[in-house]
Design a protein around this ligand. Sequence first.
Ligand code: AP5
Ligand code: MG
Length: 227
Amino acid sequence: MVKRIILLGAPGSGKGTQSQKLCKHYDIVQVSSGDMLRAAVKASENPDSNSTLAQLGHKVKAVMAAGELVADNIIIDLVKERLTHAECQNGFILDGFPRTLDQARALLEAGIDIDYVVEIAVDDEEIVHRLSGRRVHQSSGRVYHVDYNPPQVSDTDDVTGEKLIQREDDKEETVRNRLKVYHDQTKPLINFYQSLSQSNNRGPRYYAISGIGSIDEIYARILEVLE
Ligand code: AP5
Ligand code: MG
């Protein structure tokens, strides 16, 4: 039972949080374009490294810090390459990709089949609040919230015991810009996938669910549409 899923939603709508639960449940892999880019930025911060990953990190660092989108060709190549890995054969969740119409078209043109597109809908003010309390474990991408999903020991990753960090682009001003970019460039994907789902039997099924409620409530809503 292969499940290939796109999670659509604004920054902070819970894509990463829900992906991690769903991947465990279905034994599929999370493909987070943001995590991949942050790994590149981290590699670029090592002065001795001149790897391809570090070079990519140098290219994208300022764009990400400003909350703007990385160029389509860069991210499309990165995600397409990742999806060829054997671990993706049992299914995957695309978390944060596609984010523009050109990215969505590139997936179609590459013949990458998707079974479900699930939109998690959350309003902007709730998002600003959520992102100011977010903490992440840098190397795994595990996500916490100081109030809504706290780690067992404050500021410490449950699995490795390493320190959690606050993402640089979670400052309020940058969050507001990320929201603007979402409304301008990513929201058109809702129509794109709705029409694809209606016009083509072989296209992905499209569902929108409310992202307001507890993490477990939202998880239950997503499972319901996927079953
Ligand atoms: P990316 O890392 O994808 O960031 P994003 O889309 O802005 O989304 P977030 O990771 O901020 O939010 P999320 O939906 O995963 O929410 P989370 O689960 O963490 O991208 C970062 C940057 O990379 C972009 O700005 C861009 O520059 C670049 N980039 C990435 N992909 C790209 C692409 N395809 N094209 C071009 N550029 C790209 O939850 C948020 C917080 O809320 C957490 O603290 C969590 O604990 C909490 N929370 C979750 N659910 C709930 C709930 N139900 N109730 C209360 N709190 C909750
Ligand atoms: Mg995320």
